[in-house]
Unconditional design. Structure first.
Lengths: 576, 174, 274
């Protein structure tokens, strides 16, 4: 078997590194693309922060129209082209076959296509800054009529169209990827790898794939109808009676609320698509680093599933102030706060997974531990927003901004970093530098926590979001915090340059790693570091146990690998 | 998929799980449009439009495509298979042509997507369905090169045929 | 078991960070930056928020206390002194967050939030003053029904930004005495007010933080916000839905006057076509 696979190994530079069908290369392509997009999106964030702390200091470079375009693109790029790309596509691709014991994904060609569809999507988003009218400026949520009419805001000229096309490509790419994750996890597990022996991160990738497959169509439909309204004069979302620029628009009968329902039907599950893998990775990393299995594995699996199901029926909590039927609002509120239940269980399990452990502090485990705190800080804020009556106060304030950044900015990034430091040896056969890692960690945790905690306080003062500068007296008590937030956010961004230097330098000059430098028990550690093409040089492992066999249990070692380690080392593949 | 499944020691299923997943996501897409239709329908400017007869006649072309594709699946010989696949492709292309004609007929009757919300849904649904059909044509080429995949292609074609029937009935009855 | 100096430093700093975080978080929320509230339902909302701050604050502190304890106590390298927990223990432990969170969350929603929600969206008191506020890029336009108590017809085709921003129909008798004001909503103190909200263009949102009121406005749909302003004074209206370039400065005012002052003031205002 391994002979056959070796014979099929790609030979040319193009087939090995560019149009690779190897899930590990594709995963790295996604991760590095996400890093590039993150630089752009973080740069946009810095511009926002400079404008807020020192309004007008950027002169003609920062007009009100540029500001809301920057806000829009910062959000759009971060949600889809950074976090989803890194966590779901990057780690999903890299880890799933290694974790389930497959040589590659179920559909390697489709997998390669999924990456090469993302590249034009990224380019369209970036190009949109330079088209007439500039980038889309209706918020990452793109609500019509603002997003439908170029008379309403310049970004709704070409920029919004490019945004919609880029999103369509993104959804095609995500679908291709999601089909791969789903099929590989359900159909391609190694002998002995039952579902309940899979690592928790694999469960989260499965759930994210299914959630995405079920809910992205809502955004596709919304995007198609919005394109029609924009370019073909239809009225899916556009009501009658709009007067813009002195002209009465000819539309009739559409409703903007329909777009909001469609958008959030995707939008809410989407944030769980992002957060769940981060938590799954944290369980994996923390268990290896604290030498014990996650507490409540089965309970966590059930909680993840419950959270995912609930996530699909609560989207209306983004629309409490729209004037929808109050009974519908009550329903959404009652269901939304229930989501705190599975999340609380997961949070408790993350903490309990340290009980009687022996915590080795590495950059990976520091991020894994920081993630737990971030879930607490961000998660509780969800109650204020999910309870309809209090949301009336907090909606569209910085309380929301602080909350979602903690969850899909901090929890997700911490999961990504924990994963990168932890699996770097599996990717490159080397270790990242731990001293630089400490610098990265502390700049990041202090910078991000301070930034987004302070935003919660600004939200208590009802600082309105998406505002170019503060024009309201009632906000004055909290606008002073802008200086501190800008300082801490720049600190956080600076930390990422340390990380990028460390990451790329370590690929070529990092300390060489042993096969299993963390003495971790997961299946991926039964093969070499870096993992070879085909994942195991010898036969696919026969899985003996679950992924978290830690503890002495009468053995000499305090852990046992999921299967026998691959006996075929870095020498020739075994004759089969 | 085959190789990976063999590597995992599992039997390759006749209809790949990936296809099931894709059909699931496609069905969700059309369901979302149907839900949007139900919402839009409640507006004051809604005037139901009678679809041209040709729209219904086109269904026969889709049915024909499904039949010929089934026969292609059951053909042992490459030549007969190729013939039936070509017939399927022809039916598919004829359907797309027929749909274009229907859209032209609507415009000729003064029914435009801009002024008739009912028609605007027909246009959008035709377009999105048409895109999937073009994908189906691509799948036929793939099936010609890889006969083991034909069963999956057939399932896809049958599904989007049934989806179109369901949509037509839905927008006529509702 | 040997504690390396590296590990100790990390554990030290991490627990310190969590401790500082907890203190700053609690202190920051306790500082309470909310503007003073002047409506009864607003006080209920604030009560709900206070409840949430207390319970989530307690849970936050408790969770971080345990986290800090574990990080400190279990630091070190080497094998863990651990045996896997029994399934029963794992399921029973899960019951604690399930019951606590479900209880806390639903008590908040069912007991504290829904009554306010019902009040806000329930029937309008018969003696309420009904006003209309229209949002447009980038201002708020107020309309009173005038002596006849009827709001006149509007037509978007008649909109003239300078002379007739709402597009009132001059031929409609009910429109003659409608009072139109730009940017300032004047209302009486101590009486219920119902605001009919519309938009002339894109989405906006009528927000008066001091009243704890927020309601999105869209074209083609009339929403309603109702409240009782209890304290005379001047309050700000903010737009709380991104509406374009001028979103940030779409500021208006609510002037709450003593009841008799308000009656006199309104009587003095000329009708649109008078």
């Amino acid at each position: 078997m391994s002979d056959a696979h070796a014979a099929h190994a790609p030979q040319s530079f193009w087939s090995r590194y560019v149009f690779s069908q190897d899930h590990k290369i594709i995963g790295l392509q996604y991760l590095i693309t996400a890093m590039v997009m993150a630089l752009v999106a973080a740069g946009l964030a810095v511009l926002i922060r400079i404008q807020l702390a020192w309004p007008g200091s950027l002169g003609i470079m920062m007009t009100p129209e540029t500001y809301i375009a920057i806000v829009t693109m910062h959000g759009s790029l971060m949600v889809f082209f950074v976090v989803s790309l890194a966590l779901v596509s990057g780690f999903g691709n890299f880890l799933i076959p290694l974790h389930v014991g497959a040589r590659d994904m179920a559909y390697p060609f489709l997998n390669m296509l999924s990456y090469w569809v993302i590249v034009p999507a990224c380019l369209l988003m970036l190009i949109s800054f330079f088209v007439p009218g500039g980038a889309a400026a209706a918020g990452w949520t793109s609500y019509p009529p603002l997003s439908a009419l170029k008379e309403a805001v310049p970004g709704s000229d070409w920029g919004q169209t490019l945004w919609l096309l880029a999103m369509a490509l993104f959804i095609v790419s995500f679908t291709m990827g999601g089909l791969n994750y789903l099929t590989t996890i359900l159909n391609c597990r190694a002998p002995g790898m039952s579902m309940m022996r899979m690592p928790l991160s694999t469960w989260t990738f499965l759930i994210s794939a299914v959630l995405g497959l079920l809910t992205f169509p809502a955004l596709t439909a919304a995007a198609v109808m919005l394109l029609f309204d924009r370019h073909l004069g239809t009225s899916f979302f556009l009501p009658s009676g709009m007067v813009i620029g002195g002209k009465v628009l000819p539309h009739e009968g559409g409703t903007p609320l329909l777009f909001q329902h469609l958008f959030w039907f995707l939008g809410h599950p989407e944030v769980y698509v992002l957060v769940l893998p981060a938590m799954g990775i944290a369980f994996d990393v923390n268990s290896a680093m604290s030498r014990r299995a996650p507490f409540g594995y089965k309970v966590t699996v059930v909680s993840l599933l419950v959270a995912a199901v609930l996530s699909m029926i609560v989207w209306g909590h983004h629309m409490f102030t729209t004037g929808m039927n109050p009974y519908v609002g009550e329903y959404f509120s009652i269901m939304t706060v229930l989501i705190t239940v599975p999340f609380a269980v997961i949070g408790v399990n993350l903490i309990a997974s340290l009980f009687k452990g022996r915590i080795k502090f590495t950059t990976a485990s520091l991020f894994g531990l920081g993630l737990i705190s971030a879930i607490g800080l961000g998660g509780f804020g969800g109650l204020y927003l999910g309870t309809a009556a209090s949301d009336l106060y907090f909606h569209e304030t910085y309380f929301v901004v602080g909350h979602f950044h903690m969850m899909i900015g901090v929890v997700t990034f911490f999961g990504t970093f924990a994963g990168l430091y932890f699996w770097f040896p599996k990717m490159f056969g080397r270790l990242m530098n731990e001293r630089l890692g400490r610098v990265h960690f502390w700049l990041t945790i202090v910078g991000t926590f301070a930034t987004f905690l302070l935003m919660h306080f600004q939200g208590m003062g009802h600082l309105v979001r998406r505002t170019f500068e503060s024009a309201y007296d009632f906000q004055k008590p909290v606008t002073g915090m802008h200086y501190a937030i800008t300082f801490f956010s720049v600190m956080a961004v600076a930390g990422q340059f340390v990380f990028l230097y460390n990451f790329f330098r370590s690929i070529w000059r990092g300390e060489k790693a042993a096969r299993n430098p963390w003495n971790a028990a997961g299946l991926e550690w039964t093969t070499e570091s870096p993992a070879p093409h085909g994942n195991w040089r010898g036969p696919v492992p026969q899985v003996q146990r679950w992924a978290y066999e830690y503890g002495r249990n009468g053995h000499a070692e305090d852990f046992q690998l999921q299967a026998e380690p691959d006996r075929v080392g870095a020498t020739e593949p075994a004759a089969h | 998929m085959h190789a990976a499944a063999m590597a995992a020691g599992r039997r390759a299923p006749t209809v790949p799980l990936g296809l099931v997943g894709f059909l699931g996501t496609t069905i969700m897409l059309f369901t979302t449009f149907a839900a949007s239709y139900l919402v839009r329908r409640t507006s004051a400017d809604w005037r139901p439009v009678d679809l041209p007869l040709l729209a219904w006649a086109n269904l026969a072309l889709l049915a024909g495509a499904s039949v010929t594709l089934e026969w292609a699946c059951r053909s042992a010989a490459r030549e007969t298979r190729g013939k039936w696949l070509a017939a399927t492709a022809l039916f598919g292309l004829a359907f797309l042509g027929g749909q274009t004609l229907v859209l032209a007929q609507l415009r000729a009757a003064g029914i435009f997507a801009q002024t008739s919300p009912h028609a605007s849904f027909f246009v959008v649904l035709s377009l999105v369905h048409g895109v999937h059909l073009v994908g189906g044509l691509g799948a036929l080429v793939y099936g010609a090169l890889r006969p083991a995949a034909l069963r999956g292609c057939a399932v896809f074609w049958h599904t989007i045929g049934v989806i179109w029937l369901a949509l037509l009935v839905f927008i006529s009855v509702m | 078991m040997k504690r390396t100096t590296r590990g100790s430093a990390d554990a030290h700093y991490l627990t310190m960070f969590f401790a500082v975080l907890t203190v700053v978080t609690v202190a920051g929320f306790a500082m309470d930056f909310r503007p003073a509230v002047v409506t009864p339902h607003g006080r209920s909302i604030d009560g709900l928020i206070n409840y949430l701050m207390v319970v989530t604050g307690l849970l936050f502190v408790l969770g971080h206390a345990v986290l800090m304890h574990f990080v400190w106590k279990y630091q070190g390298e080497g094998p863990a002194d651990y045996t896997p927990e029994k399934p029963r223990t794992q399921w029973l432990t899960a019951l604690i967050p399930v019951i606590v969170m479900a209880g806390i969350a639903e008590v908040g929603v069912l007991l504290l939030a829904l009554p306010v929600w019902g009040e806000l969206y329930g029937p309008t008191p018969k003696d309420a003053l009904v006003v209309e506020v229209t949002g447009k890029q980038f201002e708020w336009i107020v309309r009173y029904s005038g002596a006849d108590g009827k709001f006149g017809k509007t037509d978007p085709k008649l909109v003239d930004d300078a002379e007739n921003p709402l597009g009132l129909d001059e031929n409609d008798p009910a429109a003659q005495d409608d009072v139109v004001k730009r940017g300032v909503l004047t209302i009486p103190e101590g009486k219920p007010v119902a605001v009919n909200l519309r938009s002339l263009d894109v989405l906006h949102s009528f927000a008066v933080p001091a009243f704890r009121i927020k309601q999105d406005v869209l074209t083609g749909f009339t929403a309603r916000a109702q409240f009782v302003p209890e304290v005379a004074g001047r309050y700000e209206i903010a737009c709380a839905e991104l509406c374009g370039l001028g979103h940030y400065k779409m500021r208006g005012f609510v002037e709450v006057r003593k009841a008799d002052e308000f009656v006199k003031w309104l009587a003095d205002q000329p009708g649109m076509f008078e």
